[in-house]
Design a binder for this molecule. Structure first.
Ligand code: SAM
Length: 306
């Protein structure tokens, strides 16, 4: 996915996501018996990531891909961070976040939401910080080398680049067998009509092909887990901690699927919404199966500028 299409994607789908899951976040969540709603699980991921990132009162941070900004209000309340600069390429999300900031002006002293591309950090005017966070956003940054180089330049010595993201471990994920296996978990009698089943399979294939081509264009978009860690180290960082939280993320499957299946049955739904929901459903099935099959996982990574 090119950068502009990522921005368009988030400009277009954010409101639908927030409505579908009644949540202010757009992440997979960190699930436990304690969370009863999608928003609670998603906020638990923010807390897990904040703890992992060693946030505290002295933290000055740059947050890359802040969604609707909710996570930064959380970081301020939970850790009393000193200063946060939120960067995002989705203009719609920036305006949602700034609207929240206008409702809580006391946060304005410490928090700023502006346009900024994580792969062009050198164009952003800011001081050096001691944390750069990317919560479920770096998997979408096309040029990883530029992102890592820019992060290095923006970090103070001893500072941390902290990542939370789904990563692919094995290329089997793109094999035809994997596609057939995913097909087998999709209900045969999809709501509405068999046409939607066909469409869902088409989207799934399209998604697999797109992901595969991102890996094939070697130095551009996607890296397998091992190569990604090597790339981070080759960019000068010392990878200090890695945590695999796939097991706690996996329950997203039921929680995310159900509202989609329910919404698709609504007679008033327009075509655009139906296509969005079916596309999203294909991504849910793809992610679920690759996590379950241990071809992919969800990781937290903390890398130090030494
Ligand atoms: C899956 S959402 C996660 C949002 C948020 N972190 C959350 O957990 O709710 C990915 C975010 O990354 C942002 N993003 C994607 N590519 C970006 C880039 N090149 N630079 C800055 N932000 C980017 C998107 O606009 C979106 O806010």
């Amino acid at each position: 996915m090119k950068k502009n299409s990522v921005a368009d994607f988030f400009n277009n789908i954010t409101d639908a996501f927030l409505l579908l899951y009644q949540s202010e976040y757009i992440n997979f969540g960190y699930w436990s018996d304690r969370n009863t709603s999608v928003q609670e699980a998603q906020e638990a991921l923010v807390k897990k990531f904040g703890d992992f990132s060693l946030l505290g009162e002295s933290s000055k941070l740059i947050d890359l891909g802040f969604g609707t900004g909710e996570q930064d209000f959380f970081y301020l309340k939970e850790y009393n961070c000193k200063d946060i600069l939120g960067l995002n390429i989705s203009e719609h999300q920036i305006s949602l976040a700034n609207a929240k900031l206008n409702d809580f002006p006391s946060f304005k002293k410490k928090l700023k939401f502006i346009y900024g591309d994580a792969t062009r950090l050198d164009e952003v005017t800011s001081e050096q910080v001691d944390r750069i966070l990317a919560l479920e956003s770096a998997q979408l940054f096309p040029d990883k080398r530029a992102f890592l180089k820019g992060s290095w330049n923006k970090l103070l010595k001893g500072g941390y680049l902290c990542l939370a993201e789904p990563l692919v471990m094995k290329s089997e994920v793109f094999e035809p067998e994997h596609y057939s296996a995913i097909q087998s978990i999709i209900p045969k009698n999809f709501p509405r009509s068999s046409y939607f089943n066909v469409l869902l399979y088409e989207y799934l294939l399209l998604h697999l092909e797109k992901e595969k081509s991102n890996f094939d264009s070697k130095d551009f978009f996607s890296y397998y887990y091992d190569d990604y860690l090597k790339l981070i180290e080759n960019s000068g960082f010392e990878v200090e901690a890695v945590e695999n939280i796939s097991r706690e993320v996996l329950p997203f499957y039921e929680a995310f699927k159900e509202p989609v299946l329910k919404s698709i049955e609504e007679p008033s739904l327009n075509k655009k919404d139906i296509y969005f929901l079916i596309n999203w459903l294909s991504i849910i099935y793809f992610r679920y199966y690759s996590f379950k099959n241990q071809c992919a996982g969800y990781y937290l990574i903390r890398a130090k500028k030494v």
